[in-house]
Write a new protein. Structure first.
Length: 134
């Protein structure tokens, strides 16, 4: 039963993405036909037909989704490692920038809202770069 629910959730997720990315009437018709077949298999409680109906997601699609989800974080991590090593960057400032970039990279991987992300970044900047009172 657990596999049934996991398969159903995956089918809904794939069809949701497909509907939002349909560009032509033919693509939309293919999606609705696929949904119809899935609903009929679900109504018949036929897990085999439901799984057969769901082709495995192409590895290229999985890889593209992974890159979209983690690409910006990987770039931020790369800059966090390089910036403190640049000539002319003070070691304290470089380490502060590294921490901010690493925390920002972590925040981009979480489903945190923009408000939460900006609050965390603001707190980090205040703690790492306090304003001088001179």
């Amino acid at each position: 039963m657990r596999q049934f629910h996991a398969t159903l959730a995956e089918l809904i997720r794939r069809h949701d993405r497909a509907v939002t990315q349909a560009h032509t009437a033919e693509e939309y018709d293919a999606i609705t036909a696929s949904l119809r077949a899935g609903v009929l298999a679900l109504a018949a409680e036929d897990l085999t037909a439901l799984i057969k109906h769901s082709d495995a997601e192409p590895s290229g699609s999985r890889l593209a989704r992974l890159v979209r989800r983690t690409g910006s974080s990987l770039v931020l991590v790369a800059f966090a490692m390089v910036i403190p090593l640049l000539p002319g960057v003070d070691s304290g400032t470089g380490q502060g920038v590294r921490v901010i970039l690493l925390m920002t990279a972590a925040l981009t991987l979480t489903p945190a809202s923009d408000l939460a992300s900006s609050s965390v970044r603001s707190a980090l900047e205040r703690s790492l770069f306090p304003k001088s009172t001179n």
